[in-house]
Design a protein around this ligand. Sequence first.
Ligand SMILES: C[S@@+](CC[C@H](N)C(=O)[O-])C[C@H]1O[C@@H](n2cnc3c(N)ncnc32)[C@H](O)[C@@H]1O
Length: 254
Amino acid sequence: MRHYGKICTLMYDLDKTVVPEEDLTFYLNYVEEANGPVLQPMVGTGRFALPLMEKGFKVDGVDASADMLAKYRRVCKERGYDANIYENTLAEMELPELYALIFITSGSFSLIIDDEEISRSLVNVNRHLLPGGRFVFEVSEYYDAHNFDHHWNSKWLKAPEGEIVLQSVIQKDQDRSSDIVHSLVRYELIKDGKLVDTEFLEFSLKCHNNGGDTLKALLKEHGFEDIIYYNSYDKTYDKDRKGFNLIVECRKKQ
Ligand SMILES: C[S@@+](CC[C@H](N)C(=O)[O-])C[C@H]1O[C@@H](n2cnc3c(N)ncnc32)[C@H](O)[C@@H]1O
């Protein structure tokens, strides 16, 4: 149920077609500075990786969903991009190369909600970095946890072939002091007024730094240093700014 399936991928593709210029420029600067191999885990449909490849960079990708990766694979093939694409989780990936930059966009790291899996994922990212290599990722912050509209909403869109893709979200009643927001997302594919397929995604989001800065300590414990926080793509941090992911930049300890 945690799997991003076919209808979810279709919705993602219709809804999030173009990455805003500011977001892309933020990651482009890291890719340019990396001066070495680049990996984007939780790459999804490749909406960040593809425009970076377009600019001449090679961005390898990892994702747990075969359906999301299918789009990235197809476009890479069509355009002749030479990226290595792996289907796996962050915690389990076992890649043949070490990277100068590993980056995870759009708060996707918050999709890992289990503390033990978070720990294994950080160990694995660290293991796949070259000495001094950079790790840049985004998470949801605690104050944001119950402002769910910021993350998801119910909507419908029309696919180019005329089908309707419907996404409805039900947030589970919960303890509002919890770090984890649980929701169930229902995807429906409607053709000629008839429901032709349905799919569910159990969507949970871990919101970090509840009651203090625990993330920095966690990163240090897992072999990262030079940790910097931003909450804007202009590389600033404003503690009063709400409704934006926490962007974390750090390095593998030398
Ligand atoms: C909301 S999508 C975002 C994709 C991409 N980061 C972007 O900004 O377009 C989240 C992606 O994370 C993937 N994912 C979720 N948990 C994962 C994990 N533990 N390891 C690898 N991929 C994961 C999902 O399959 C999905 O493709």
